[in-house]
Design a binder for this molecule. Structure first.
Ligand code: ADP
Ligand code: MG
Length: 312
């Protein structure tokens, strides 16, 4: 090989090397960019995760710090019946916090409705203290709508009973009718509405008096299964939206779990508090329907069932 040829070959080699080097560099830069993208995505995910965690903690703190709107302390009650005394409640003790949904569950005839009647001031207690902060609304199993009054006049009836049918309150009631899609039914009669719609009217009638606490006594048990599930969600959403605290009496374990932040489990009569169970689902926008899909739902069901221990 001549010297000239040798030189040419080395030159080509060097160019090739430079090219390869450049390609390597480019490759390196690309890889770095991809890595950077992945890390920023991961960082972003972590930031979102941390943000969610903080929000959750703030929510928990808020709930823990929330003031009590209802405090039931050591309440006992005996009914004087013609054939003797019936001991209904024995030293009942629990609280309801602002914005909280609390269910009371227990065997039939144990004294659940008695608790609500005493809280609402419809029954007297023998012993103990009840502290209430705010107006109370009451919803029963039977929607007790007046069949001869239109929906509008049924809503106004709640205000009339309270001797509170002012222009301002009427306007507020109309606002509620509109907000919850009942305004177009205002001139209809209750028997022209479905069971679910009737319950919504009954709720709006109660909300028109601006309660802070709502008592629900087996409010959904007259409805068929599917309507019941839809109505519980409907009422849950409205109550959360209006920032109302709820005390819910039910004998339906699934309903209690799906609706509540805590469940008070009562014993057989005379009712005593056996256990207070916290219900928490890690679900965004939890409601009475989507929480049923959580694996925690059946765990809670077993726990409440065991807590009730009906054979005791
Ligand atoms: P629950 O709502 O858990 O089914 P209640 O609170 O309605 O139970 O009733 C508890 C017990 O008190 C039952 O044995 C019931 O028969 C009795 N009771 C309820 N109201 C009265 C009353 N006004 N007079 C006498 N006994 C009553
Ligand atoms: Mg009852």
């Amino acid at each position: 090989m001549s010297k000239q040829e040798k030189n040419k070959k080395t030159k080509i080699l060097t160019i090739k090397q430079i090219q390869e080097n450049e390609q390597d560099k480019e490759q390196n830069i690309k890889e770095k960019q991809i890595k950077k993208q992945v890390t920023t995505q991961q960082e972003e995910k972590q930031v979102i995760k941390r943000e969610k965690q903080v929000q959750k903690e703030i929510g928990q703190q808020k709930r823990q710090q929330a003031k009590e709107v209802l405090k039931i302390e050591n309440v006992s009650k005996k009914y004087q019946a013609p054939n003797g005394e019936i001991e209904a409640l024995k030293e009942i003790d629990f609280t309801l916090k602002e914005g909280e949904f609390l269910s009371i569950i227990g065997p039939s005839g144990c004294g659940k409705s008695t608790i609500l009647s005493i809280v609402a001031g419809l029954e007297t207690k023998d012993k103990g203290e009840i502290k209430i902060d705010g107006k109370i609304g009451y919803m029963l199993q039977k929607d007790s709508l007046l069949e001869w009054r239109t929906i509008y006049n049924n809503i106004m009836f709640g205000l009339e009973v309270q001797k509170n049918r002012t222009k301002e309150n009427e306007e507020y009631a109309i606002q509620l009718l509109k907000k919850y899609n009942l305004y177009e039914f205002k001139d209809k009669y209750p028997n022209q509405l479905s069971g679910g719609m009737r319950q919504r009217v009954a709720l709006i009638r109660t909300l028109a008096i601006k309660p802070k606490i709502l008592l629900l006594d087996e409010a959904f048990s007259a409805l068929d299964y599917q309507t019941r599930i839809m109505v519980t969600k409907d009422i849950y959403d409205i109550l959360k939206n209006e920032h109302i605290s709820a005390l819910i009496v039910t004998h339906d374990i699934s309903e209690a779990i799906s609706m509540s932040d805590r469940i008070v489990i009562l014993s057989n009569r005379p009712a005593q508090v056996k256990e207070i169970m916290k219900i928490e689902f890690e679900i965004e926008n939890r409601d009475p329907i989507n929480c049923r899909e959580s694996p925690k739902f059946s765990e809670y069901f077993d726990a409440v069932w065991k807590g009730l221990n009906i054979y005791e």
